[in-house]
Design a protein around this ligand. Structure first.
Ligand code: B1M
Length: 213
């Protein structure tokens, strides 16, 4: 299995989208599960590049090229990740908070939630507090407002959304779930968010927990 997963990770790191597409296809044909390909091939690839970026050994254009390779790999996995038995488990409004353009992690969270029977309204990136409020008002029933933040600077937008929901009289009608690299369970507790997940797989467990309390 590692014979294919490691090269997938390498392909993402070097931004070779055609190679990634080819290898992901081969991995699926070899009966490696879509979840393993995602978690043990594609995601480690982009994470390894993140470390190089931090150390000044990779630059933004390289990251964008790798993101494209990662996204093309994810596209191929989508049909295999979709659950055959989609029964409505609950509705989420999901977005990356204001000032933040990162969406790879958010898109994976969405993919995993939808694959597990949740309905997700994706508001995209750089979502202002008012847009979260309008989205909740626009749906018949929203169970969870889910926010992703990848920058230390934009984490502070999360309490702004909670405050906007309070002002609109909606706070008690929804649960809040947050995540993203700098976000922690402690931060969630501090700002009064009921839910936190470290990765896209645990986001599903957390959404199930939140919709059952
Ligand atoms: Co940016 N960036 N970036 N970047 N970028 C980080 C986040 C950074 C840590 C890199 C670094 O310095 N090592 C750093 C932030 C430092 C900080 O504040 N702590 C950083 C910076 C500084 C910046 C810019 C300011 C750079 C600049 O312009 N000088 C700039 C900001 C732009 C903006 O948003 N306003 C910027 C820009 C970019 C790109 C556009 C080039 C690109 C984003 C492309 C895109 O998303 N479409 C990018 C990327 C790719 C990264 C890194 C390399 C990778 C992020 C990623 O996609 N990871 C990142 C370094 C890193 O994280 N190691 C970095 C893979 C993804 C699968 O993981 O997003 O963590 P992640 O999601 C996980 C979990 O966190 C969790 O589940 C996901 C899947 O398992 N999760 C949730 C996420 N959301 C969740 C929500 C939930 C639950 C779980 O519930 C709702």
């Amino acid at each position: 299995m590692e014979d294919l997963l490691e090269p997938i990770s390498q392909g993402v790191q070097s931004g070779e989208d055609k190679r990634v597409v080819d290898l992901v296809g081969k991995a699926l044909e070899s009966d490696i599960s879509a979840q393993d390909i995602l978690e043990r091939g594609l995601v480690p690839g982009i994470q390894a590049l993140g470390k190089l970026f931090k150390d000044g050994r990779a630059y933004l254009p390289e990251i964008l090229i790798s993101c494209r390779a990662m996204n093309r790999g994810v596209e191929i996995l989508k049909p295999s990740l979709s659950s055959a038995d989609i029964s409505g488990k609950g509705t989420l409004v999901l977005g990356t908070v204001e000032g933040d353009m990162h969406d790879i992690g958010k898109n994976l969270v969405k993919l995993m939630l939808e694959s597990n029977g949740f309905q997700v309204e994706d508001l995209g990136t750089d979502v202002a507090p008012g847009a979260f409020v309008s989205a909740v008002q626009g749906e018949a029933k929203v169970d969870i407002v889910a926010m992703s933040a990848l920058l230390t600077m934009t984490m502070t937008s999360i309490p702004d959304v909670i405050e906007a929901l309070k002002r609109a009289g909606l706070r008690d009608k929804v649960k809040i779930m947050i995540g993203g690299a700098p976000v922690t369970r402690e931060f969630a507790d501090e700002i009064g968010a009921e839910g936190y997940a470290e990765d896209c797989v645990s986001a599903v467990d957390e959404a199930i927990r939140l919709t059952s309390i």
